[in-house]
Design a protein around this ligand. Structure first.
Ligand code: BGC
Length: 456
């Protein structure tokens, strides 16, 4: 992969920052179980249920958009601290809530934290990581998301059935949130951001600490050069030369969600039931299985992203996702009363998750942290991440209605078609950013190279 050794400081920075990813996965996954038991404490109307479930998505959407400039103005580290505080406060409010309103307020705050964390954590890691290891390190965040989802599935099943268990389900999130807050107190700010703020001496020290050597002059001057080229204003994020990469980021956020991942992550038991598996313990087991496979395949991606490259994994993943969705659609169309086809549907779902987890899952977060020029990175990235949260809300909010209106077969056909469309567009615009520095990518964007070649 690389001849350069990975040092402890960078690993620590990445691991602590990735706790934000763990909370992202945990808090998006936990609600499916919690909602079932909240009803025992407070009778819920359908609208109240929807509010509790969607509060996190709405919070994430708003926060990813409005906090865009904060990362550029106040720095990555301070925002990570704010995120930890929001996670802790939101979790405590939701877990100790005396009314449905308070649960919604708590979940909304958690949503704000998730929305901000979902772009600042990978951004912070990408700016601290040496380029040879950037793919794997940034994707630790995605690995943490999948571990968070798996923990939420396990905690849901461990606690389901007892009154007030929802308080524990929500409350467990406070542990990683406190770890994140305490950990961030000891971590340095991003050296790239410090240079942008003209705090050169501090940046030098941090870069030397992160690289484990005083020999950082080359990297330092590359970063400085990328800042000196010209002055940036807010409008610059929409300037023609940035607009192209902004489009790529928005497209990746869109594609990650319209390929249907969260219909499986949030609604797996519903799909297994529709496929004719009525035994609840099997459905539960299969859902936990999805969580496990998601984690394992992400670990594989972590190892191979910096070896095989982004394009190869993206294409392989999209082909596998499209094929498995078409098989799923086929199984639903041609009768699930035949045992064989029922199993085709289960295998398809697992293959789909495996393929997503080594491609679009980590690649969205990785590439949006790589492709934007430093001066506008925070703002541009937050717009791309907003696109992801927006389409997440659209897809998960309409999935059950789509199932009713089109039937499962056509619904999965539609998601499969989205993967094919994504494959075609990606073929023409997706750059290979493996093993190149962020500054080199920026230089190529400024030169006006076609999107596909900005990593060349
Ligand atoms: C996506 C989430 C999804 C998760 C599944 C993330 O990259 O953004 O929406 O639930 O992957 O592992």
């Amino acid at each position: 992969m690389t001849s350069k050794k990975l040092n402890f400081a960078v690993c620590l920075v990445s691991l602590i920052a990735a706790l934000a990813g763990l909370l992202f996965g945990f808090d998006t996954g936990i609600v499916s179980g919690a909602i079932l038991v909240i009803q025992k404490s407070f009778p819920l109307t359908a609208v109240q249920k929807e509010c509790i479930v969607s509060a996190v998505l709405v919070g994430a959407m708003i926060a990813s958009l409005i906090s865009g400039r904060l990362a550029d103005n106040y720095g990555r580290k301070d925002l990570m601290l704010v995120i930890a505080i929001l996670f802790i406060t939101g979790t405590l409010i939701a877990a100790l809530a005396g009314s449905i309103k308070m649960i919604i307020v708590g979940r909304l705050l958690i949503g704000f934290a998730i929305g901000m964390g979902s772009y600042i954590a990978p951004l912070y890691i990408a700016e601290a990581a040496p380029y040879e290891w950037r793919g794997g390190l940034v994707s630790l965040n995605q690995l943490a998301i999948t571990i968070g989802i798996l923990c939420s599935y396990l905690i849901n099943y461990a606690f389901v059935g007892t009154e007030y268990s929802w308080r524990w389900m929500f409350g467990m999130g406070v542990v990683p949130a406190v770890l994140l807050g305490v950990g961030m107190l000891f971590l340095p700010d991003s050296p790239r951001w410090l240079i942008k703020q003209n705090q050169l001496e501090k940046a030098k020290k941090i870069l030397a600490y992160l690289r484990g050597t005083e020999n950082i002059h080359h990297e330092l001057s590359d970063i400085q050069q990328s800042l000196n080229i010209h002055y940036a204003s807010f409008k610059e994020v929409f300037a023609p030369w940035v607009r192209r990469v902004l489009f790529l980021g928005i497209f990746l956020g869109f594609l990650q969600q319209v390929s249907g991942i969260n219909t499986i992550i949030y609604y797996a038991p519903t799909i297994f039931e529709a496929a004719g598996f009525h035994d609840i313990s099997n459905t539960i087991l299969a859902t936990v299985g999805i969580g496990v496979v998601n984690v394992l395949s992400t670990i594989w991606a972590l190892i191979y992203l910096d070896r095989k490259g982004r394009r190869t994994l993206m294409f392989a993943g999209l082909i596998g996702m499209a094929a498995s969705l078409f098989c799923l659609s086929f199984a639903f169309r041609f009768g699930l009363n035949w045992e064989g086809l029922r199993w085709v549907s289960v295998v398809s779902i697992f293959v789909f998750i495996i393929c997503f987890a080594f491609s679009l899952g980590p690649l969205l977060w990785l590439m949006v942290s790589e492709i934007f020029p430093l001066r506008v990175r925070g703002t541009a990235m937050s717009i791309a991440v907003f696109s992801c949260w927006f389409w997440n809300a659209v897809v998960s909010g309409t999935f059950l209605s789509l199932l009713n209106a089109l039937g499962p077969s056509n619904t999965f056909l539609l998601f499969g078609a989205m993967c094919v469309l994504g494959l075609i567009i990606s073929y023409f615009i997706l750059p290979e950013t493996k093993g190149v520095s962020l500054e080199h990518i920026e230089e190529n964007i400024r030169k006006g190279l076609p999107l596909k070649d900005i990593g060349a």
